[in-house]
Ligand binder design. Structure first.
Ligand code: KIV
Length: 277
C-alpha cells in the first residue's frame, strides 16, 4: 500500500471516564460539558467531542416548560437518560437526581441512583447540596456509583433563595460554598459543578480541590465549563443571563424555516413533484 493509500486515521475517540476527567485536570486540559435530553442532540454533542453530557433536570424548564426544576420526576428523568445514553459512545453521561429523589433516606437515594445507572445506563449521577447530603453521597459512591456534586446556586433550592441571583457574594455564604465543595471531595465525589458564584470563589475552590470543577457562570478558572445546550444555541431568547454565550441563533433560524414552510404549504409550493411518489 502506497503512503497515499493509507486511510486517514479517525480522530482518537478515547472513552471519557471519571478517571479521564481527573487526568484532564492534572494536565490542565479544560473539560467541555453540555446538557442533552434527547437522542439526536446527544448524538451531535458526542460526535462533536463534548467530554461530559449532563441529562440535567433543567429539562423540567427547557424541555417541559415548567418555571423551576422541581416538578421533574424520577420516571421522566429515566426516560431522558435512556434516550441520551442510547446515542452516546464517547462522552461521560451524567444524570441529575431529581428534587426529593435523594432526601428521604439512604435506601431511597441508593435505589434511585441505582435506577439511573441500571435502567438509564448513566455513568454517574449529580446531586445538588453540600455537607448535609454528604452521608448520602458516601453511600452512593460506596455502591459503585460515581457522584458529581453541585454547589453554589442550586436551582432545586430556588424557593429557599427566592431569587436566581449569584450566590457566595458575601463572605459567610462564600465560605459555606467552599466547605460544601470540599465536603463532596472528602466523601469521594469525582467532580463538582459550581453554579453562578464569583469567579474568585470558583478559583479558590478549583485550587483547593484535587477533583475537577465544572463551572456555569463561575468564571474561567474552573477545570471545565457547562452550559444548557438550548441556551448556548440561542433557542430560548427569553433567557440570556451574562454567563450564556450564544454560539448560534437557532430561534431565528427555526422561526424563519417555520414561516417559509407555512408560506409554501399555503401557496401549494410544497411538496414539489420531486418530493412526491
Ligand atoms: O440541570 C442542569 O442542566 C444543570 C446544569 C445547568 C449544570 O444542573
Amino acid at each position: 500500500m502506497s503512503h497515499s493509500d493509507t486511510p486517514t486515521p479517525k480522530r482518537a475517540r478515547r472513552k471519557v471516564t471519571t478517571l479521564r476527567l481527573q487526568e484532564m485536570k492534572q494536565a490542565g486540559e479544560k473539560i467541555a460539558a453540555l446538557t442533552a435530553y434527547d437522542y439526536l442532540t446527544a448524538r451531535l454533542l458526542d460526535d462533536a467531542g463534548i467530554d461530559l453530557i449532563l441529562v440535567g433536570d433543567s429539562a423540567s424548564m427547557v424541555f417541559a416548560g415548567n418555571d423551576t426544576t422541581l416538578p421533574m420526576k424520577m420516571e421522566e428523568m429515566l426516560y431522558h437518560v435512556r434516550v441520551v445514553t442510547r446515542a452516546v459512545t464517547r462522552a461521560l453521561v451524567v444524570a441529575d437526581m431529581p428534587f426529593m429523589s435523594y432526601h428521604k433516606g439512604f435506601e431511597e437515594a441508593l435505589h434511585n441512583a441505582g435506577r439511573l445507572m441500571q435502567d438509564g445506563m448513566a455513568e454517574a449521577v449529580k446531586l445538588e447540596g453540600g455537607k448535609s447530603i454528604c452521608p448520602i453521597v458516601e453511600k452512593i459512591v460506596d455502591a459503585g456509583i460515581p457522584v458529581l456534586g453541585h454547589v453554589g446556586l442550586r436551582p432545586q433550592s430556588i424557593h429557599v433563595y427566592g431569587t436566581y441571583r449569584a450566590r457566595g457574594t458575601e463572605a459567610l455564604e462564600a465560605q459555606a460554598i467552599f466547605d460544601d465543595a470540599l465536603a463532596f471531595e472528602a466523601v469521594g465525589a469525582f467532580g463538582v459543578v459550581i453554579e453562578k458564584v464569583p469567579a474568585s470563589l470558583a478559583e479558590r475552590i478549583t485550587r483547593a480541590l484535587k477533583i475537577p470543577t465544572i463551572g456555569i457562570g463561575a468564571g474561567h478558572h474552573c477545570d471545565g465549563q457547562i452550559l444548557v445546550t438550548q441556551d448556548m444555541l440561542g433557542v430560548n431568547t427569553r433567557f440570556h443571563p451574562r454567563f450564556v454565550r450564544w454560539y448560534a441563533r437557532l430561534a431565528e433560524e427555526m422561526s424563519r424555516a417555520f414561516q417559509q414552510y407555512l408560506k409554501d404549504v399555503k401557496a401549494q409550493e410544497f411538496p414539489a413533484d420531486a418530493e412526491s411518489y
